[in-house]
Design a protein around this ligand. Sequence first.
Ligand SMILES: [Ca+2]
Ligand SMILES: [Ca+2]
Length: 192
Amino acid sequence: MADLDGDGTADRVSSPSRTGAGLTITFGAEGGRGAKVGPRDLVGERGDGAKDVLAVVADFDRDGWSDLFVVATGAFQGDDPVRPDVSELRLGPFSARGRGQSDHHVDLSEPRAIAVADYDHDRYPDLASYGHEGDGVYSTTARLGGVKGLDRRSDDRNRAYTKEADQTDRATPDSMPEADLTAFYPLCVGRI
Ligand SMILES: [Ca+2]
Ligand SMILES: [Ca+2]
């Protein structure tokens, strides 16, 4: 639980799946009257019609405000990886429509599942993305968090964490890291 939009009241994040598809944010959760939104509400119109719209929340740039990472990707098209319509880190506080203080693009290859992880064990959140690299090859790749946000693209440091996956129909492959999210989020205490 955290104040995501900066209005002084606590907002609730729940993410029942490990793929980024089921993220739900309830703004103003304490009164129970808040707006409930998911990835498709947050992505904006550039993500309309995308097959997969995924989102995760974590303080990737370490300024104390939770940030939104959202990605929208069209349907599988064959050998060449599909370029996502949206693949952005939006720095918090961010609104119920997914607008942040600023945003930057993160280069990912046909992302089909995303998760928060801590790849480099510095206790700060990083992003994991599972996707199609082309020619039927799927892999899980890392984008590390830092004061400037997330790594914009693949580089020597984050490439070391790439894991190739067998192509399967499973939404969450074994190569997807499973982080203990309580390391990054304050737990919601008490009532709903
Ligand atoms: Ca932040
Ligand atoms: Ca980290």
